[in-house]
Design a protein around this ligand. Sequence first.
Ligand code: GAL
Length: 396
Amino acid sequence: MPGYRALSLAFTAALATACAVAAQGPGPGPSAAPGPTPEDLAPAPPMGWNSWNRFHCDISEQLIRETADAMVASGLRDAGYRYVNIDDCWEAPARDAHGDLATDSARFPSGMKALADYVHSKGLKIGIYSSAGWGTCQKRPASLDHEPADARKFAEWGIDYLKYDNCNNQDRPAIERYKAMGDALRATRRPIVYSLCEWGANKPWEWGRSVGGHLWRTTGDISDRWSSVLKILDQQVGLEKYSGLNGWNDPDMLEVGNGRMTDDEYIAHFSLWALLNAPLIAGNDLRSMSDGTKRILMNKDVIAVDQDWGGMQGHKVRDDGEREVWMKPMSSGDVAVVLLNRDTTAAQLGVTMRELGLSGGRHEARNLWAHTDGVVTDTLSAALPRHSAAMFIVRK
Ligand code: GAL
């Protein structure tokens, strides 16, 4: 069987290259083989945590260590959350004597390498933040015109994920600025997920992949408010065709558990983000989560929808003003559905099997929040309290 043999040899060769890359480690070196292609780094939307939404500049190595500990102890790691991401304000106020980015030594006395080692020892990955400008949004040193050196520094520290912001960009073209860092990250040969935080200003969904991005923010900043969730949701309409394996639309990080929305609102937020194949980056204090917050962030059925790629991210199929229906094809041929009541009063919502692209008649369905299985005939419907959503998988 010559065909089979050729295939098996090709496979062996690919495996040998992969092993060589793994053995050689991330560091650049003259004899190093090319590293894993950036295209392979985010086959599913990244999951993890980021310091910004809850802590802003009030961060330290102790917080990051305790967050890594909590990610393991709470079960979040086992539910799929992997990245512990440090946002703005980790930087010292000025570059060091060599012109390199330096870590704020009062808040991170052990340094970034030691912190990365600690996070890695927990079976987790670590992310960091910079801006494609002269300074970050909090006016710390940032990476414009320093891309190769800064990327090398991140690789040296053992960083696995870079969120790259857009502040203080001197009105220089976005594609150029983001490509410079994408190229620099690639040149380090360390696998580093590249998260473009350009706020959707220059339609990054159109060029994010071409500059090496694995995800790109589609909007300005989220806040811990129902109105913010809805505003961002509305901005996702029409972007569904740009998202896909290794290149995800990012409607911003989660606010679940930060305290200014009700659990119904957080359930709707989490359901919608999962339906959109959004990166699930928790933004709360993992060290003190209520049981309600844990139940939301660790709903395995909902996470499975987020991590599944059925050919298109979730999109709106019905808009009755304050009542909406969103659906997403699953790779199994089943359909994930979110019924959303944006209104301040309770409402009854429904959608027909045909609107979901399924045949009419009986279908099995699972309610992903009630954790119940049932049968739907022609129309899936639910009674929804104010500001809430229900989420289902309808079997094909
Ligand atoms: C914003 C960004 C936020 C956060 C903040 C830090 O531009 O959208 O997510 O990173 O900067 O200063």
